[in-house]
Every structure is written in structure tokens, then in C-alpha cells.
Design a protein around this ligand. Structure first.
Ligand code: NAD
Length: 371
């Protein structure tokens, strides 16, 4: 079985889908590996750092020969066109944004496993790239917040008096938000967390944070949140505004599957913030959690900075690549048996992660978006 790894070409992308330790494990599974030349450059991995992996310059030539193709971002239409009919693709796809690509995958009869479709169940945790990447993003958001301030985070007692700790409010306590809370706390900040799923109270408190209780319960399906009604939004604003106004750092991470990012912070709320405060909006990719967010930019609103970083996991490319490659390895191990491809469609993880197979779109939401 031949496995090929693409070099990432999209803007802001500094990850690679294969790292040397994972290459060794794939070799042990009996796979023959090739890597598009220079694929690891963004994370300082020369082609020679990969043992027993062929470096190949031409991506089309490389994938034309491969049974399995791996990447982080969705591949180009040209690459999919060059793939063998019936071959397997593993990458993020985000079907609703990649309609032409999904059609091409369907028509070329590619078996595609979309990393964002891996189910959020206990058994699939080791394959869950959304979580591994979100954890890194949450960590980095806290560091970005810290370096944007002209203040320190911890309490400090000095010969000329003591400095009060900074306050960090995290809004949206999924994987990224909890990691942001933990990191800000380790840096010495006083932390507060807020979410519309009540079960996050205990999770925030176990990380030493105070939970901002708004009394709103917007649990949706599958552990995700649902959209809020206007009445709920008003109820939340009445409680949350004073926490927004006393924060030095706000980190927002709120997302609702398949919907634009909910606006958690209005213009008026930003206008009322402390001078010198900063918002790190991890939801910038989906439009942002504040009314001021501009994806990819830092907006100065009076004395407040609103930072809308894109592809934050890529800023930690080395570890992001390592965790991502391990997520893919664990998924590949599910369908390689005795050195051959053998997909068990009764396996929930494979069945749910599958986007296209044998000329059909298997995911219902993607099918609706495309057909
Ligand atoms: P996400 O990226 O979809 O959203 C981030 C957070 O934003 C969520 O906690 C959500 O509740 C919150 N949010 C949405 N709208 C909001 C609003 N208006 N105000 C405040 N907060 C709002 O979340 P995620 O990190 O992908 O995690 C989603 C869920 O999946 C969580 O319950 C998590 O524990 C669960 N999960 C389970 C597994 C597993 O069991 N294998 C793995 C990963 C995540």
C-alpha cells in the first residue's frame, strides 16, 4: 500500500501532515511512503529528516501512484484529478466551503475521510484533530493576550508596592476555551469563564476559574451549543457586561456547528472596556465573536485591541503537525490490516468520518450543501 503526503500550499498554513516519528510507525504498518519535496520545510523538517520516505517533486505524479493521500488542508482540484480512482484521502475538507472539491471527490470515486467529521466520542479521541488543534490554539490565545498587554499577568510584590493580577475572561469553554483558561491561570491571571452549556461550570472551576453564571441553558445536540433567542441574549448581556468591562484579556472561542460565529460582544460592550485591554478572537475564521472583529487583522477600537488571528494552530506548526500526524496515524490504523486496506464500514468512526465513497456523498449535511 502506497501513502503520499502533500505539501501545504494555502495561505497561513505552516503545518505538515507527516512527521518523522509517525513515518516510522506507518512504515512498520507495511506502508510505502512518499512525501512531496519540501513538505516539512515550514516546520524546519528537511526531506532527509524522514527515513524511508521518498521525496518527490511533482505532486500530481506522486498522488497518481498512491492508494492513500494525506494533507492538512483540502487538496487542490488538480491533485484530486490526478488521484487514482478509488484511492483514499485524509484531510480537513469543510464540505460547505469546498463544493467543487467535494463534487470532484465524488466523481473520482475517492474514499475521503474528512478530519472535521471524526465523531466526538471517547473511542475517537486519539483521532480527533479538531480537539488536538483547538487545544494548541487555546494555549496560544492566552500567550497572545499576555503579550498584547502593557501589564503583567501575575500578582507581584515588589519593593515599591504590589501589582494586582490581570483578569482574563474566556467566553466559550470548549476544547480551546478550557485550554486558554488553564494557560492564563498558569501565567498568574485571575480567570473567569463563561459558556451557554451548564456542564462547563464544573470544568471551568476545576481549572481554578470562576464561572460566570447567566442562567441560560443552550445545550444543543452532540455536546455542542445551539443558537440563542433574543430574550436569552438580553439575559446574558445583563450579567456578562460587567465582566467584559473589568477584564484585561478576553479570549473568545464560541462556535455553533454549521453556523456563522455567534456575536458574543457588541460594539457598545467593547466601547465600555478598560483602556489597554485586548480581545483575542479565536472565532475570527468563522467571522468572529465580536462586532469589531476583522479576520486576520488587529483592530484598534479606542484604547482596546481586537485581534482576529487566522489559523492559530499553524503558529505552533511543530506541535500542531505532530499531533495532527498522530491523529491521522490512529485513523489509518483502523483500516490497515495485514499490510492491506480493509475498511470496516460497521466501525462508527470510519462511517461517520467518511465524506465520499464509491461515487456518493456519504455525509448528509455535505450532501445538502453540494447537491
Ligand atoms: P466548539 O468549537 O464547537 O465551540 C466552542 C464553545 O463555544 C462551546 O463550548 C460552545 O458551547 C460555546 N458557545 C457556543 N455559542 C455560545 C454563546 N453564544 N455563548 C457562549 N458560548 C458559546 O466546541 P468544541 O471545542 O469543538 O467542543 C464541543 C463539544 O464537544 C464540547 O462539549 C466538548 O466537551 C465535546 N468534545 C467531546 C470530545 C470527545 O468526547 N471525544 C472531544 C472533543 C470535544
Amino acid at each position: 500500500v502506497k501513502l503520499a503526503v502533500l505539501k501545504e500550499t494555502r495561505a497561513n498554513e505552516r503545518r505538515v501532515a507527516l512527521v518523522p516519528v509517525v513515518a516510522d510507525k506507518l512504515n512498520k504498518l507495511g506502508l510505502e511512503l512518499s512525501l512531496q519535496a519540501g513538505a516539512g520545510e515550514a516546520v524546519k523538517l528537511a526531506d532527509s529528516a524522514y527515513k524511508n520516505v521518498h521525496a518527490i517533486a511533482n505532486p500530481q505524479g506522486m498522488v497518481g501512484d498512491a492508494d492513500i493521500v494525506c494533507s492538512v488542508q483540502p487538496p487542490s482540484l488538480e491533485v484530486v484529478e490526478a488521484m487514482k480512482e478509488g484511492a483514499i484521502l485524509l484531510s480537513f475538507v469543510y464540505a460547505h466551503k469546498e463544493v467543487e472539491l467535494v463534487k470532484k471527490l465524488r466523481d473520482k470515486k475517492i474514499t475521503s475521510f474528512a478530519m472535521e467529521l471524526v465523531p466526538r466520542i471517547t473511542r475517537a479521541q486519539a483521532m480527533d484533530a479538531l480537539s488536538s488543534q483547538a487545544a494548541l490554539a487555546g494555549y496560544y490565545a492566552a500567550l497572545m493576550g499576555a503579550t498584547h498587554l502593557a501589564r503583567i499577568l501575575p500578582m507581584m510584590t515588589t519593593a515599591v508596592g504590589s501589582i494586582r493580577p490581570a483578569k482574563c475572561l474566556v467566553m466559550g469553554l470548549g476544547v480551546a476555551g478550557l485550554q486558554a483558561l488553564a494557560t492564563a491561570r498558569r501565567l498568574g491571571a485571575m480567570t473567569e469563564g463563561y459558556d451557554v452549556r451548564p456542564e462547563t461550570k464544573e470544568q471551568a472551576e476545576s481549572l481554578g476559574a470562576k464561572f460566570v453564571d447567566t442562567g441560560v441553558d443552550a445545550r444543543g445536540t452532540g455536546g455542542y451549543a445551539r443558537e440563542l433567542t433574543q430574550e436569552e441574549k438580553d439575559k446574558i448581556a445583563a450579567v456578562v457586561t460587567k465582566h467584559i468591562q473589568s477584564a484585561d484579556i478576553i479570549i473568545t472561542t464560541a462556535a455553533i456547528p454549521g453556523r456563522p460565529s455567534p456575536k458574543l460582544i457588541s460594539k457598545a460592550q467593547v466601547d465600555g472596556m478598560k483602556a489597554g485591554a485586548v480581545i483575542i478572537d479565536l472565532a475570527a475564521e468563522g467571522g468572529g465573536n465580536t462586532e469589531y472583529t476583522v479576520p486576520g487583522e488587529t483592530v484598534q477600537v479606542g484604547q482596546v485591541s481586537v485581534v482576529g488571528p487566522l489559523n492559530v494552530p499553524s503558529m505552533l506548526g511543530e506541535h500542531a503537525s505532530e499531533l495532527y500526524a498522530k491523529n491521522q496515524l490512529n485513523l489509518i490504523e483502523l483500516f490497515i490490516k495485514d499490510k492491506a486496506i480493509n475498511i470496516d464500514w460497521s466501525d462508527e468512526v470510519l462511517a461517520k468520518a467518511c465524506l465520499t465513497h464509491a461515487g456518493e456523498i456519504k455525509n448528509e449535511a455535505a450532501k445538502k450543501a453540494v447537491e
